[in-house]
Design a protein around this ligand. Sequence first.
Ligand SMILES: Nc1ncnc2c1ncn2[C@@H]1O[C@H](COP(=O)(O)OP(=O)(O)OP(=O)(O)O)[C@@H](O)[C@H]1O
Length: 283
Amino acid sequence: MTHLTIDHVSMDFPTPQGPFRALDGVNLKIERGEFVSLIGHSGCGKSTVLNIVAGLLQATRGGVVLDGKEIDTPGPDRGVVFQNHSLAPWLTAYQNVELAVRQVFKGRKTRAEMREWIMHNLRLVHIEHAMDKRPDELSGGMKQRVGIARALAMEPKVLLLDEPFGALDALTRAHLQDSLMEIHADLGNTVIMITHDVDEAVLLSDRIVMMTNGPAATVGHVLEVDLERPQDRVMLAESRLYNQYRQAVLRFLYEKQRKVEPLARRDGGTRAASAGRKAAGHA
Ligand SMILES: Nc1ncnc2c1ncn2[C@@H]1O[C@H](COP(=O)(O)OP(=O)(O)OP(=O)(O)O)[C@@H](O)[C@H]1O
C-alpha cells in the first residue's frame, strides 16, 4: 500500500466571478520516508496542495489517502510548518512545544516523559539553549527551529513544510537546511516541502515535483534526485550530477513554464484573495 496518495485532486475556489479552478487532476504517490519538494511559479497552487494534505482545505474533486485513511480534517499525523512562524507569542519556546505534546500525548506519557520528549525535540533542532525565550526574543531562524521542533514532537507521519526557510537570510537558511537533512537522515520522516529555491530542492529532496502554471495547475514533471545524503553543500557545488538536476529544474521553470505576465497584473485578482487567506492562516 502506498503511504500517501494524492488522487486526482482538483480545487475550485469560489470567487465573485464564479469558481476559480486552481488545481486540476493532481496525482502523486509518496512512499514512507521520502522527501518530496513541490516547486513551481508563484500562484500555481503549491500551498493549495499542501493545505489539502494538511486537511485545512477540502478538494473539490479527488482526495488524499494516508496509510489507507482518507484525509478530511487536520490531525497530529501531519505536522505543518509555515513560512512565517505560527508560535503562540505569550509562550516560551519550551511551552510552545509543550502545548502540542500535551495535545498529542495526554494520558500516554507521564509528566517526566513529556518533559524529556520536549527537550529531545528542542535538542534535535539545536534550540535547547533558548527554550525559555518567547518568540519576540528569538531570531527568525530560531523561531523556525521551534516550529520544526513543535511539528516533530507530535511524531507526525508526514511533515508538511510550506516554504519554511523562505523568510530567512541565506546563511541561516543553509544552517536550517543542514539541520533538516540531519533530522531526515536520523528519523526518516516523510516530508513534503514547498520551496522556490532550486538549490534547496535539489539539496534536500528525493524527488522534485514540478507544477505547471495555473489556473488549473497540475503536476508537470517529477524529477528523481539520486544523490547521497546528508550532503556537503560545498562538495555538491562541484558535482556534475547536482548541476544536471539543477539545470533540469531551471529548464522546466524558465523554459517550459515561463511566465509572461504584464507587471500590473502580477499581484492582482485572485492572488490578493490568496494573500488574505495566507495571512489569516499564519496569524
Ligand atoms: N481562498 C481562495 N480564493 C480564491 N482563490 C484562491 C484562494 N486560495 C488560493 N487561490 C488561488 O489559487 C491559486 C493557487 O494559490 P496557492 O496559494 O496555492 O499558490 P502557490 O503556488 O502556493 O503560490 P506562492 O508560491 O505565491 O505561495 C492562485 O491563483 C490563488 O490566487
